[in-house]
Design a protein around this ligand. Structure first.
Ligand SMILES: [Fe+2]
Ligand SMILES: [Fe+2]
Length: 415
């Protein structure tokens, strides 16, 4: 065994890559390397400006890749994510330079350090061509995490004499970052990256992701009391039916010409619309503060009025929904004048979904919702106003505006 593998030395693994985005095979490789090589420390280095390949189209920024790496590798004992390359935005990053810096930083008196350069097959086979490859071969043990499609861990390229290379055995999983980038805009890929990484991608809408609705539903329901999940599910089901009924009707005010996209937005709004319903007024007010929500005096005194706006803020900031979806959530309680189709769909779906306990006017409202959309909105507003008046609760201005707008009189004046 050479001086590079002396006992009683601190073993440090360096795992570099674009991690664009990090996926399950990356994490398995890191875990396997730590275990099989007995690493004391693993330094994950998301690449800076790569000398090897151009940045792929739609790539995430260095800052986002750094954050995703922290989420992906953060719970591996001894792992840390280094910004050494990402922070260098001025010039290309070379692994040999990165290693020199790390060797400098990790040097402690009276202690030997053994470095392992952990790499996947694509990097492993091209290593001899890298900048200052001699330095890499001389100062590290090359640890190759073999990927599928590379029998026997990939045929080792011609390394200089004396180079030490080991194969890290790891569970095989067929996934690559480029495959993930292709799947994400199609609602796929959520099982191929760590859940936290997928959440970050959705939250920040990276790679043109179209969030997987099953994943989103699971996350949305975590916000609900168990007994309200049935309501959220019913609302989603009803919203889909209303979308199918009204989307293609001429004269319907809508923001999108894409029916599938409209349905996905309706489902998203429905599953998140009551995400903050279980919170107390004080908890809602904390969210108002946290997200800088604009709310009037009446809303600030009533959790029931506020929950639409706070749920919209959660949907926007935690799940990256667009403004159409956020507005449909924000106004599902009070409604407002001149609502677009998505807002009407969510407002009515919330009112008439199948699990709603019977109330006076429900059956008429359900009929109207599929025969006269604005008539249904007006009738539901009348029901709300009557209920509030009966209970001695002030009608919110937004609701009053909507009543005026959707009343047959208002419609006549408008036309
Ligand atoms: Fe609600
Ligand atoms: Fe609701």
């Amino acid at each position: 065994m050479s001086e590079k593998t002396l006992l009683n030395t601190r073993k440090i693994g360096i795992y570099g890559g674009a991690f664009n985005p990090p996926h399950l095979a990356h994490v398995l490789c890191a875990r396997s390397a730590v275990k099989s090589l007995g690493l004391d420390k693993l330094i994950v280095v998301p690449s800076g400006i790569s000398p090897h390949k151009p940045e792929p189209k739609g790539a995430a920024s260095g800052a986002d890749r750094l954050e995703m790496c922290k989420l992906a590798f953060g719970d591996i004992v001894g792992a840390e994510v280094s910004e050494i390359e990402v922070a260098n935005t001025a010039e290309r990053s070379y692994t040999a330079d990165t290693l020199r810096t790390i060797m400098e930083r990790e040097r402690y008196p009276g202690e030997a350090v053994q470095l392992f350069l952990i790499c996947g097959t694509d990097m492993f086979v091209t290593l001899p061509d890298w900048y200052d490859a001699k330095f890499l071969f001389k100062n590290t043990v090359i640890a190759h995490c073999a990927r599928p499609g590379t029998p026997d861990g990939g045929k080792a390229p011609a390394f200089p004499p004396g180079t030490e290379a080991v194969t890290v055995a790891m569970p095989q999983i067929a996934v690559s970052s480029s495959q993930l980038r292709e799947l994400l805009p199609q609602g796929g890929g959520f099982g191929l990256a760590p859940d936290t990484v997928y959440g970050y991608i959705v939250k920040n809408r990276l790679y043109g992701v179209d969030p997987n609705l099953a994943w989103l539903r699971r996350k949305a329901y975590e916000f609900y009391k168990p007994k309200r999940i049935l309501h959220a599910a019913g609302c989603e089901e009803e919203a889909l039916r209303l979308s199918e009924r009204w989307f293609s009707c001429s004269g319907t005010a809508r923001d999108s010409d894409n029916y599938e996209q409209f349905c996905r937005e309706a489902q998203t709004a429905a599953m998140l619309h009551d995400a903050t319903k279980k919170l107390t007024l004080d908890e809602q007010l904390e969210l108002v503060e946290k997200y800088g929500i604009s709310a009037d005096e009446d809303e600030l005194q009533a959790a029931n009025l506020l929950h639409g706006k706070t749920a919209a803020a959660i949907a926007r900031t935690e799940f990256g929904v667009n403004e159409r979806v956020a507005d449909a959530i924000a106004f599902h309680t009070t409604s407002r004048s001149d609502m677009n189709l998505l807002e009407k769909v969510i407002y009515l779906a919330d009112y008439i979904e199948p699990s709603r306990a019977p109330f006076y006017g429900l059956e008429k409202l359900r009929r109207l919702a599929y025969t006269d959309l604005d008539g249904a909105v007006y009738f539901s507003l009348e029901l709300t106003a009557a209920d509030l008046t009966f209970r001695g609760i002030k009608i919110h201005k937004s609701t009053a505006d909507a009543i005026h707008f959707y009343s047959p009189c208002g419609q006549t004046l408008k036309n």
